[in-house]
Design a protein around this ligand. Sequence first.
Ligand code: HEC
Length: 419
Amino acid sequence: MKSLPFLACLIAAMAGTASAADLRGHGGPVRAIVVRSGEIATAGFDTTIIRWDPVRGTAKQVLRFHEGAVNTLAPLADGGLASGGEDRRIAIWGPEGTAPTRVLEGHTGPIAGLSVNKGSQSLASASWDGSVRLWNLSDGTSRVLGEHRGPVNAVLHHGRSILTAGHEGKLRSFPPEGPPTTRELGLPINALALAGAELVAAGADGKLRFFDADLNETGEIAVSEVPLVALAASGDGRYIAAAGFRGALAIVERKDRKILRRMSGPAFPLWSLAFSADGTEILTGGADRLVRRWSVATGEPVSPIVTEATEARLKAFESHRGAQVFRACVACHTLSPDDGNRAGPTLHGIMGRKIATASGYAFSPALTKMDIVWSKETVAKLFEVGPTAYTPGTKMPEQTIGNAEDRAALVDFLEKATR
Ligand code: HEC
């Protein structure tokens, strides 16, 4: 019977349904993933950034600031993050705290890519306004580093140079001094990654192209029939992961320019990819709003270790439909008094509780002024109209439960499981 859990995972993966391995919390497609030791940060079309505990698979924090999709994230040396949005703004976040410490304004189009130098003194930004800007992170000033004719899709620090890729089909390298080098590829380049000493560019023709530091092409491999949108390289430069709007996720062995495996488990379109720090896992962010973790060696889903009392409660109500619906909430909310707050307040004792009164949780100011009392009716309403409409100013990512029976099952489950 040893093969049963494996089979269950496989079926779950093939059917594209969620498994316990997934990080659930976003209310829309996941557009960016950053992995570093002790943290996974993701951002999405739902305007939020979520910071996850990678071991427990739970959300630690929801950051809401951008007025539109968050397209890109970059890790900062102090444990903070930089985020760039459709709203043309760049936000700098400290290691803690739920408001940006600095907001960088200057671009006149959506921000598509961000890259920070080693010490996090300077930040380079790529925008669909056609420009690449270089920002001084200590005083927030910036200058235009260079331009492309059309949207700039990606930017990267490479040693002391800055590399950019444009929709018009050009790769450019800006050295600290002197004129930039330009390489004409003649087709839109959607993403860039550094792998070892090589630069990898993902093209609209489904090919990966490799370049040296002077932008001389060193090789190519066809991985997809459709344009590639998501790209990542493992920290040691051994593997490249790339995916297009349709088809499979390809993991490429860089040195041999060979496809190691193709994975069709992740939901397409895939918008974002990242390797774990040790290169053994690939994380995918896609249209199904989930962040999924896969083993590079086997292509199987990877489960975080969750041992909380909340899991025990979910198990106790396994056959209750509401417990299934609550799977969409569990990354951020606990049910039992022992588990406390996650990115959201504990829902223990939620029925009959006034909004924004759970102890030890820092609620958004807007919520503390509302006079909603949580009941089966009000919680059902919250997910019928969505948190943004029902509780304007909330940090909770936008999500609705369209099916009235699912809402009824959820609140029935909550009433029983949060007593
Ligand atoms: C990605 C994280 C996340 C997910 C997923 C999530 N929430 Fe929340 N939720 C929050 C945050 C954050 C708050 C606090 C809002 C604030 O202070 O702005 C919150 C607040 C709430 C509140 C109000 C609590 C109070 O004490 O006033 C309820 C009720 C709630 N969520 C229920 C749910 C349910 C049910 C689901 C699943 C269908 C869910 N949430 C999914 C993050 C999340």
